[in-house]
Design a protein around this ligand. Sequence first.
Ligand code: ATP
Ligand code: MG
Length: 548
Amino acid sequence: MSETKSSSNFIKHIVKNDLAEGTYDGVVTRFPPEPNGYLHIGHAKSIVLNFELADEFGGSTNLRFDDTNPLKEDQEYIDAIKEDIEWLGYEWENLCYASNYFDQMYEQAQKLIRSNEAYVDDSSQEEIRDMRGTLKEPGKESPHRNRSVEENLKLFEEMKDGKYKNGEKVLRAKIDMASPNINLRDPVLYRISHTPHHHTGDTWCIYPMYTYAHPMEDVIEGVTHSICTLEFQDQRPFYDWVVARADFDAHPKQIEFARLNLTNTVMSKRKLKELVDEAFVDGWDDPRMPTISGLRRRGFTAESVKQFCREIGVAKADNLVDVRMLEHFVREDLKMDAPRTMSVLKPLKVIITNYPEGEVEWLEADINPENPEMGTRMIPFSREIYIEQEDFMEDPPKKYFRLFPGNEVRIKHAYFIKCHDFVKDDEGNVVEVHCTYDPETKSGSGFEGRKVKGTLHFVEATKAVPAEFRLYDSLINDELSGDDFLDQVNPDSLEVTQGFVEENMNDLKPQDKFQFFRHGYFNVDPKDSTAEKPVFNRIVSLKSSFKL
Ligand code: ATP
Ligand code: MG
């Protein structure tokens, strides 16, 4: 299933080679989110890559929370991340927390001090930045760089014991202030932060920097291939520096790939959090969000998300993927399984004046013509039905084949009807259309008489189930030009309408998915839908100009 024909994945070749040459005996990967927000579709790319790569070579994948910055992290995010990965259908080998390794990271730092490869620096953050130099100029050595091992050990312990305030001291690696790679100019290993941690409480007031913590986490877990995004490429020499000095047998290899970018989509957790905090959306799982929880609530299937991630491929070059490609995969996935049914999103009542009053007849219709095994359903028809407002025009332009005075159309699964009158309200809106039907033209009766050009869907009025529909447009406008991405938020990304669904749409469960004739695929909203008033989220419309 996970094998794809068209996509390429250069990392797979590296792994294959490593195994063939005996560099590694097996494959261990990890997915290492920082629990400072919900996962998004970019993370899904990394999840699919890590889990399926290990799986293909009989290896395993850890879920590891990279929780080294307690200021921004939260248990809510940990729970949401686990739920999302489980929903995608992956099983992690070990559930790990970087914070579980704080002791080992601390001991390793002491070891670096003893080998004169780390020192405590009293310089402030600004001073350190000023001394770092530029791409053209070498950095300057800190005046504290040549402290004795004993003094460094003592000061580092005092940092740990809470003797100093935030920012007063840091522990730095002693590498080379003249290195052409700025990341090797004595990078910071530890900082002081008097912040309780969601996992370790107030045991620690010093926390390892991500760039030091990450290779340590990988060696401790015996990771073989540490896959990350391109912005860490320049960090690789420091990653290897830490790995080479760590007291562990593992020698993980860092491999970078291009992160996923999608059209009309912001993907950084910081920006997504702003959208949530500033109430542009109704939470992290708002169906307009590119979060995994948002996609799920919108109605995307796990399979469609995974298939998308497989097909976009894994490369070194930055790329921008059309968001309609993701939509393509959910249509493909739902085509065979989603029941077809009719809904009217913006209702207009039609009275069939020659149809007997009080009578209801039942029509049989396929549940899914593409999958006949799904059987048939019964739909009512009577003197009063709803059609879409846009399916009637008092004064239509040419080539309008729907209902207008004097015109005849087919009503899906039912009869031909012909308009002879309509009623307007005080404001001039058409509120009722009057038609006659022709009993000879019943659908499926073998009627071969007149041809009509338009077919309209409908919902019978007396038994119709009132429903709410939520229709979405891009949350982010095309151009990300302004200074603040919030300027690009589309004010019309959500349209809510009140309409009707078929009488047989009872017993709906959250996340049930349907194809509404002409309108697209819809999902029963898991939060707001009730038995009395179902709420449907439009996943995608039926067609798109996008071609794979
Ligand atoms: P963000 O900028 O959205 O916060 P991040 O990289 O800081 O992303 P992490 O929680 O550190 O988020 O990411 C966990 C893993 O997911 C990392 O290995 C990271 O490289 C990967 N990842 C994050 N965003 C993307 C993306 N857009 N495409 C592919 N992989 C991604
Ligand atoms: Mg981050």
